[in-house]
Design a binder for this molecule. Sequence first.
Ligand code: SF4
Length: 241
Amino acid sequence: MPATGLIRKYDSRALLMVTGQCAINCRYCFRRHFPYEDHRLSPEDRTQAIKTLSEDTRLNEVIFSGGDPLVANDRLLSAWAEALAAIPHIRRLRVHTRLPVVIPQRVTDSLIKWLSGSRLQAVVVIHVNHPAELDADTQRALERLKAAGITLLNQSVVLKGVNDNARVLAELSERLFECGVLPYYLHAFDPVAGAHHFEVSDNKARDLVRQLITLLPGFLVPRLVREIPGQSGKTPLDLFA
Ligand code: SF4
């Protein structure tokens, strides 16, 4: 499965670790203890990664991951995007990032230029857990991305005392939509050392999403999922189990 330390391939998608750094360090992050320093990119790694992606014609989407990929500078990211756009079978570039939410100034002209300027369809998946995170500055940053033709999705983590309440999650979905973002995933809590005070049971998470179905149109209800190492993509939780 893994092609190099930088790439994980899942069916038609390839996850590319463009940086090992994240500016946020959320306490509940399931990658909190991941040995990022062992996964630094060398120029040889990059050449090998592009070769690997070019040779596998099953792939149609590349996901920039990390850490947070927008910690890397726009020159580096633009070079990656340009190299990927030259691979005929790659159709989409997806960026998973929390930076537009916590540092909206990271949405620079040059970021928008490389992200929207290639032939690849661009998708940005942000990470917001509570509607209060979406202030006016963040809304402006998201609207700039949207105006540039970039599809915006959100993933959240269900956290005790933060968003383990259907009204809060419904308001989050409404506020995301006002900012041009569709709710995508609600992650069930993953046990992480030092974050047990955030723990929400799977049954409570299921109940929250069942309530959301009654409060929101279907397109504003996120899918309840869990990330299981080694699985192809996220694993949906059965709401009626
Ligand atoms: S922003 Fe994402 S990758 Fe960074 S610490 Fe938070 S959950 Fe982990």
